[in-house]
Design a binder for this molecule. Sequence first.
Ligand SMILES: [Zn+2]
Length: 266
Amino acid sequence: MSKYKVNVGDIELISLTDGKGAGEATEIFPTSDLNIWESEYKELLDGKVIHPRFGSFVISLKGKLIVVDTGLNGPDGELLDDMKTKGIDRNQIGMVINTHLHPDHVGWNLSNGQPTFPNARYLVPKHDWDYWTGPKIINDAPWVTDSVIPLHEGRILDLIEGEYDITPEIKAVPTPGHTPGHISISITSNGYHGFILGDVAHSPAQAEYTDWSPAFDVDPDLARDTRHKVFDKLERENILVAAGHFPKPGFGRIKSSKGRRYWIIE
Ligand SMILES: [Zn+2]
């Protein structure tokens, strides 16, 4: 079994899970081909269905704890139980980052109307905030009303723009397309590099079939372009990747051999 904790220099990354979704592979990825799924990615299929995981990561650095994404908080939501099992006290979390404002990334921002992480500030990309709270969208995005706006009203939400240094080791970088303000998290410590992908990709199959964009990308063309650029860099620099929607625990690298590009589990 692969490990749920990895090190990037002095930083520890801990993988958490909040259950998983379900959808037909060719509905989630409309330009994908069921024959390819069946011949190359059988291990990801359950009949014709794939199950993108709702994964989060904790970044631990010298006693400082940051949660990246907070799952869906659906009927099988298990994020808080998983944290407990892994010895993480939610009161110790000093910061929460939402890579974007889709419902499967903000689900546990609050619990029973109160911040789930009472001692944290919450970081949200400003372009996503502007998009999702705009008058045309907000009525169709009840999760934003429920799980994001109260943080703003409680003055514990910070909006960030562009490349943003969270600490000297941890940086938010814009990776737009899936949503307008989508960010990933780049980590550098002691010469080691890691990258929390967010929703730049949803399946290991996209390492090879990088053109496959999921139906829920706001701008599929931009998302595809971003995914190519990000994957090329991750491969070229052999960077450790943390991917929340990939199978547990979601750590791996992008590698090529014989003209094909693969996701290699760490
Ligand atoms: Zn997602």
